[in-house]
Design a protein around this ligand. Structure first.
Ligand code: SF4
Length: 394
């Protein structure tokens, strides 16, 4: 990608009135809930301390988490690259299967849905926002609200066109149409794929936050459950993982999300002669793919390692003046906003990240908004400095 392509993409986004309307409505709604974040600021500083302890020990903790998952009856994998993560998941799913998928930035990063579809599977995003994005053939525009830029009028038109749904513009009607379409997919699915908000190394417990119950259904109804998560989601203990989950929901704008799911093993029963058998009412198999894809290297980078503290709560994006006018077009191919620029550098193209870095105003509002006070401007300045050094060296 060239600098001129990035600037024209952002200029085009800034002129998009529908995008501005969608963003303005969502940001207004979030600001009314910001008090939930402020109430959790003390807990957030404890999560920062937990991250400061965990990130330098990332490899060791990922290995410990993998061992705990296997002790519990699951199967764990550490994928060094996006390609390896896709290959492992592809072999687990096979072809001709129906897959229900929950929202996960890591699966976006490794392009899992597209890969599984290429293998001949029917794959459905089940989070409403991601479902809209899938139907649009677009990219998620925010960590927690992927369809933040799409207005209700556009969703209604999309559902009428793609689902043949007889709906008006009312939001409850649209949610009902998605529920009716996806319900049958959940019931028939062979495989459920989810992400994770936090994983505990000591117990192997995997925590996911949600409101829609789609994670719950995708991780409980199919015979096989696959979790795909970045290694930076691993904390030392279940207590620390829980604290991270609580802070994530608060800074995402919730006093409490509707559900917090905790999975530690495939479903099992020991009710006959105390003999444990896997496969009770839930999945018979649990597979957990922990993805490196640049994270281990970043954990040793004196400046960029701070990006691995990110909880993906999305608070900084709501506060960012650039995001307010460009939405998720800014950041890179997968990740969005200022923190997305840095994540593009870690997991994708350093060149693309450097080009996007020049849109940042370095105003620091993201630091104030962030539960972990991640210094995005410092990392953005560092990306620019590295680009200048590499240009001078040519
Ligand atoms: S950088 Fe901070 S505010 Fe932004 S998504 Fe990550 S944790 Fe949330």
């Amino acid at each position: 990608m060239k600098f001129s392509e990035v600037s024209s993409l952002l200029a085009k986004a800034s002129r998009d009135r529908v995008l501005r309307t969608g963003l303005a409505r969502s940001i207004k709604s979030y600001m009314g809930k910001r008090r939930f974040a402020e109430e959790a600021s003390e807990l957030a500083s404890r999560v920062r301390e937990a991250k400061e302890e965990a990130i330098p020990r990332l490899k060791e903790l990922a290995k410990q988490a993998a061992d705990s998952i296997e002790d519990n009856g699951g199967v764990a994998y550490i994928a060094r690259t996006a390609e390896e993560a896709r290959r492992i998941a592809g072999e687990l799913v096979g072809s001709g299967k129906l897959v229900v998928k929950a929202k996960s930035m890591t699966t976006e990063e490794v392009e899992l849905r597209e890969h599984l579809e290429r293998l001949g599977n029917e794959v459905w995003e089940t989070d409403l926002g991601e479902f809209i994005i899938q139907l649009l053939g677009s990219k998620p525009m925010h960590f927690t609200s992927p369809a933040i830029h799409v207005t209700r009028e556009e969703v209604a038109e999309l559902f009428r066109r793609k689902l043949n749904a007889k709906v008006g513009d009312s939001i409850p009607e649209l949610a009902k149409a998605a529920r009716e379409f996806l319900r049958e997919k959940f019931l028939r699915a062979d495989v459920g794929v989810t992400g994770a908000n936090a994983i505990a190394a000591d117990s192997g417990m995997i925590f996911t936050l949600e409101n829609e119950a789609n994670v719950r259904l995708a991780s409980a109804l199919p015979e096989k459950h696959i979790v795909v998560a970045g290694v930076e989601k691993v904390y030392r203990t279940s207590i620390e993982a829980w604290m991270a989950v609580e802070v994530t929901m608060r800074y995402a704008g919730y006093k409490s999300t509707s559900y917090v799911n905790v999975v530690a093993s495939p479903s099992k029963t020991g009710d006959i002669e105390k003999t444990v058998v896997y496969g009770a009412h839930g999945p018979r198999e649990l597979h957990v793919i922990l993805v490196d894809n640049g994270r281990y290297k970043a954990s040793e980078d004196p400046v960029l390692k701070e990006a691995l503290y990110c909880l993906r709560c999305g608070a900084c994006q709501y506060m960012c003046p650039v995001f307010k006018i460009t939405g998720g077009y800014w950041g890179g191919k997968v990740y969005v906003g200022g923190i997305g620029v840095i994540w593009t550098a870690i997991t994708g193209s350093i060149e693309e990240a450097m080009l996007h870095s020049y849109a940042c105003l370095l105003c620091g509002r993201c630091i104030e908004a962030c539960p972990l006070k991640i210094d995005q401007p410092k990392m953005i300045r560092e990306l620019r400095r590295r680009r200048l050094s590499s240009l001078k060296a040519r």
